[in-house]
Design a protein. Structure first.
Lengths: 332, 343
């Protein structure tokens, strides 16, 4: 009887212990199993997103006046299309575009409302023959008789794809920078035909005939202001975003009169650019130094480099716009 | 009496369970020893260069498959002594490389991979292996180059597209990431990370429609339902469709009730959608779940400003500043606090 009453703790204890030990592996599996939550939360992104929601649709005077300055550089300038494509995607508000040479061409497409994907497609198929009379006969005349090429075709090309727009029809104001070859003055083109103005801004002196405009003879604005940040200041921009497309001066081979002339222009241009760029708030630098100014075949590569450079700067641009947006609009 | 027998039965059942788990391993262990013995005997019985080479190769494969990398490398090196043909040498170099990776001797592994590449410089698979090696080492630039070389040879190499997509996504080059992810077609719902990366890339590049298509396809039967719903909501936020955003954030929060982030986004959608009082309640819930997150305090400060309670707005803005870990959040909290104080 007493044996039956006496409890046998060892077997029960053994069973409980075995049960606990059996449960332990399951608990370990639960603790160490990978989380079912594949989304990673970044606080900076959340706060930026939260404030950007407001800032990107703000209108003046609540948000800063943003000026986009597109520098000259020939074939390297396709990078501007990459930059503008990103601006389109990110809905970065732009209040004025100022462009020199290829910058004026790219700016014309952007301000006319042509989708940048369409501009990119056009760029990939572009050749010098579409922009000027570069047949053998004309080139021979240039070299032997000093008869400059005509770039009427450039204007026709632009008119066709811009829909023959005038400056007052643009959705965003545009200024094209040209140089008066007779007086050496900077000329700001912001009325009349956009195609004409962009063409004048991109008329390379020494290759193309200057373009007659009122009492002036206009050539490429890069002679006097390749990255026209000064102009953005004149028009009262609160935030200036500059896109220089500088050549690779040390990497540029100087082997004949022609390349020496080009190198001299590059070196002089760099000095002017450095002064101007110090006035910009944000500089987007596409890594296009290795692309030649006369080579139009690397358009795709230049576009991608421009896009990547803009993507790297996007947080800085958003922050700058948010910082300068009125607090009452931003927070309430 | 009954209890004693019950305890005995339970103990027996537990013992059987444990034994049934252990038995396969015990059997497998015995089987491996027997297999190794058999392969060693093959080497002893082999005559002639070709047979010896085949026997060493077989044992090397066995060692590598069972994780015995050191022995595998020795066996593979023995194979090389018997001057295998080019194709076999190629495989041996790669397998030595993989074994060295198993031993974490990465420099040496890379040397063997490069030897293999020199044998067949126009094969895509070795370039893919080297690319994956660089990827594993975190050398993304080198990995990118090698994977592009592989794709140059075989443009349909899906794995290479996947890896390049991941690399470019990590570098915030969303356009390029998408161009590679698109080569995979619409990923199955099991490829969750690809789905998220693609959807996020589409959203960031402004193509919210495409992002939504992928996310909706992935939604059915996915165990990451809450995340996918959250991402769908973010796409609607991007389009400024706050009602739809709120709907999806709510579903995400219901699918994962302890997920503070879903509640935060829900509060934000409600605030932007013009319902600050509902936003206030939701933000409070998010704060309960994650009390140390500065961005929640910042959000609450904005909500209180909207309902004109400046004292609370200031308190939450200051709390956000105290908790902030990054300059972005600090700066935003400071500005908000200043605005709440002075305006």
């Amino acid at each position: 009887m007493s044996e039956m009453i006496i409890k046998k703790p060892t077997k029960k204890h053994g069973a409980r212990l075995a049960l606990k030990l059996a449960v332990l592996p399951f608990l370990l599996v639960c603790v160490f199993s990978p989380s079912a939550f594949a989304f990673t939360f970044d606080e900076d992104s959340f706060v930026s997103e939260m404030l950007w929601q407001r800032a990107r649709i703000a209108q003046n005077p609540y948000r800063p006046k943003v000026a986009l300055v597109l520098g000259g550089g020939g074939g390297r300038g396709f990078a501007h299309i990459g930059v503008l494509k990103l601006f389109e995607e990110e809905e970065i508000p732009v209040d004025i575009v100022i462009g020199t040479s290829i910058g004026a061409l790219a700016g014309a497409f952007f301000t006319a409302g042509v989708p940048m994907s369409q501009a990119a497609d056009l760029s990939r198929e572009m050749s010098w023959g579409q922009l000027a009379n570069t047949n053998v006969f004309s080139l021979a005349r240039l070299l032997l008789a000093g008869r400059l090429l005509n770039n009427d075709r450039m204007e026709r090309f632009l008119d066709k794809h811009l829909g023959q727009k005038t400056f007052d029809q643009l959705r965003i104001p545009l200024i094209c920078i040209a140089t008066d070859i007779n007086t050496g003055e900077r000329v700001l083109l912001r009325e009349g035909s956009v195609a004409f103005a962009a063409r004048a801004s991109a008329t390379v002196p020494g290759f193309f005939e200057p373009v007659a405009y009122r009492q002036r003879m206009l050539v490429d604005g890069g002679l006097i202001e390749n990255v026209p940040v000064n102009v953005a200041n004149i028009f009262g921009a609160d935030l200036i975003i500059a896109v220089p497309i500088s050549p690779d001066i040390p990497g540029h081979e100087v082997s004949n009169v022609f390349t020496m002339l080009i190198q001299s222009i590059y070196i002089q241009g760099r000095a002017f650019d450095a002064q101007n760029l110090s006035l910009a708030d944000i500089i987007i630098r596409p890594d296009v130094a290795a692309i030649s100014a006369v080579d139009l075949s690397q358009a795709q590569q230049a576009i991608e480099l421009g896009y990547d450079a803009a993507r790297r700067s996007i947080m800085q641009i958003r922050s700058a716009i948010i910082q300068k947006t009125d607090e009452k609009y931003l927070f309430e | 009496m009954k209890n004693i027998y019950l305890n005995k039965i339970l103990t027996l059942l537990l013992a059987l369970c444990l034994l049934s788990h252990a038995l396969p391993y015990a059997y497998a262990g015995y089987h491996l020893i027997a297999k190794e013995h058999e392969l060693s005997q093959n080497i002893e019985r082999a005559s002639g260069r070709r047979q010896l080479r085949a026997a060493h190769l077989e044992i090397a494969e066995f060692f590598r498959a069972t994780g015995r990398y050191f022995e595998a490398i020795n066996a593979y090196r023995k194979v090389l002594e018997f001057r295998p043909p080019k194709r076999q040498r190629y495989d041996v170099y790669i397998n030595i490389g993989k074994s060295l990776v198993g031993l974490r001797r990465y420099e040496e592994a890379l040397q063997y991979y490069k030897e293999a590449e020199l044998l067949y410089p126009r094969r895509a698979d070795i370039k893919l292996i080297i690319g994956e090696f660089y990827l594993r080492m975190g050398l993304y630039y080198l990995a990118e180059r090698k994977l592009l070389e592989a794709l140059n040879i075989d443009p349909n190499l899906r794995v290479a597209h996947r890896h390049l997509g991941d690399i470019y996504f990590r570098q915030s080059r969303y356009d390029r990431a998408l161009s590679h992810y698109r080569q995979l077609g619409y990923p199955e719902s099991s490829y969750n990370q690809i789905i998220f990366n693609m959807a996020r890339s589409y959203r960031i590049t402004g193509n919210t429609e495409e992002a939504l298509v992928i996310l909706h396809q992935a939604l059915d039967g996915s165990k990451y339902r809450s995340d996918i719903l959250l991402e769908i909501g973010r796409n609607h936020m991007r389009r400024r469709d706050f009602d739809s955003a709120e709907n999806y954030f709510l579903k995400s929060a219901l699918a994962s009730p302890y997920n503070a982030v879903a509640h935060m986004y829900l509060a934000l959608a409600r605030l932007e959608g013009g319902n600050p009082f509902a936003a206030k309640i939701t933000a409070a819930r998010a704060a309960e779940l994650k009390p140390n997150l500065a961005s929640i305090s910042l959000l609450r400060a904005m909500i209180y400003l909207r309902v004109n309670n400046r004292a609370q707005a200031l308190a939450h803005a200051r709390a956000a500043y105290d908790k902030a870990k990054t300059p972005v959040v600090q700066s935003a909290s400071q500005r908000l606090a200043r605005h709440a104080e002075n305006y």
